[in-house]
Design a protein around this ligand. Structure first.
Ligand code: AOF
Ligand code: ZN
Length: 363
């Protein structure tokens, strides 16, 4: 590891520690080094609060002068809720800026580097670039496409089932894997299931870890048949937004709204239109969505090429049975050549189970 990589790695670790608390803003970390000594460290903690570089510069004070700043993302050039960091770096008298990756935000991209270079500062871009990009996969999509980064989560048996033929599913995966799912919920702004899951399981869809943050609960319900006694309607532990089709029950909509539940009609006579769900969530500032649906919802999102990442917990168990549901139903494909490949695939062991992560590639 070079010196540059060492300090950038430290900046990345600082940034990563804030996972789940900065969105819709990115994770960003920064380290200032003057004469081989770390004089400032900073991370972006929360949208609306100072950026990583500002914390590091404040910590360094006069020691920043003549120093090198490491930043995991190109310093910003705009006046947003804060900023611009590039100007603050110039004013602090820093003489060298090492950046992991450019900011994909169109209002910044390249402009931060320009401000620095025009002030005579030496700029290097690309140190630990891949790690920094991966850390901000959610932000990188959302800031450009304005729709959420979608992660499909499923807990399955080795034969792909999510329940027995009599709908028994407690539990497929081990406690350790289920704890990991709560970590995932904590990191996402919204979680999505279908109304049939709400009817069958009466789930809370909250984050059960210390200081956990509850995502907004998104329910797809084409007719608004959701029973009013379900926890997602009554418990008020998190917001619940219901997306429906053109054929919803108008009186039920008013009733739900009187209970502080938001209802969003979408086009589509039989089913909720998933692309419209994505557009509306984007407009509402939801940058990350965790889908914990059953096989029909999972297939609808996959067939519309809306899944960005798949996280599948595989329990080394076998259920069998043609009527036992799998995590991907729908009509499926005809030819193997049309199968969705999951790229960058990785697998780790969690308790007795395996956690598979991969990124669907669509043609
Ligand atoms: C940086 N350092 O630590 C972060 C940056 O609304 P604002 O003012 O917080 O600006 C948000 C935008 O600034 C965000 O979309 C991204 O382009 C950049 N984030 N930039 O120099 C940081 N968090
Ligand atoms: Zn900034």
């Amino acid at each position: 590891m070079t010196n540059h990589e060492f300090y950038m790695d430290l900046a990345i670790k600082n940034a990563q520690a804030m996972k789940g608390q900065t969105d819709p803003n990115p994770l960003v970390g920064s380290v200032i080094v003057t004469e081989n000594r770390i004089v400032g460290v900073g991370a972006h903690l929360k949208t609306g609060e100072p950026h990583a570089e500002i914390h590091a510069i404040r910590m360094a004070g006069e020691n920043a002068r003549g120093g090198t700043i490491y930043v995991t993302l190109e310093p910003c050039s705009h006046h947003g809720r804060t900023g611009p960091c590039a100007v603050a770096i110039v004013e602090a008298g820093i003489t060298k800026v090492i950046i992991a990756t450019l900011d994909p935000n169109p209002v910044v991209s390249g402009n931060g580097v320009k401000i620095l270079e025009e002030a005579g500062i030496e700029v290097i871009v690309g140190v630990l670039e891949e790690s920094s990009k991966k850390m901000n996969e959610v932000f990188n999509k959302f800031i450009v496409k304005k729709t959420p980064f979608v992660t499909l989560k499923a807990g399955i048996t080795l034969d792909g089932k999510i329940a027995t033929h009599s709908s028994n599913s407690k539990w497929i995966t081990s406690e350790e894997a289920r704890h990991d799912v709560h970590q995932l919920r904590n990191e996402h702004m919204a979680i999505l299931v279908g109304v049939n899951t709400v009817i069958a399981d009466n789930p809370e869809l909250t984050t059960r870890i210390a200081n956990g943050r509850n995502p907004v609960r998104i329910i797809l319900d084409s007719t608004l048949k959701i029973p009013l006694d379900r926890k997602v309607i009554t418990d008020k532990l998190a917001d619940t937004w219901i997306f429906t089709s053109e054929n919803f029950d108008i009186e039920k909509k008013s009733l739900l709204e009187s209970m502080s539940i938001s209802v969003f009609p979408t086009s589509g006579s039989k089913q909720v239109n998933p692309k419209e769900v994505m557009r509306i969530l984007g407009e509402k500032g939801i940058s990350s969505l965790l889908i914990e649906g059953g096989g029909t919802i999972n297939a609808a999102f996959l067939e519309n090429k809306l899944i960005d990442k798949a996280i599948i917990y595989i329990a080394p168990k076998l259920i069998g049975g043609q009527q036992a549901p799998t995590f991907l139903e729908g009509s499926g494909i005809d030819k193997m050549a049309d199968a969705v490949d999951l790229l960058d695939a990785d697998i780790i062991k969690i308790g007795k189970d395996f956690k598979f992560v991969g990124y669907p590639s669509y043609t």
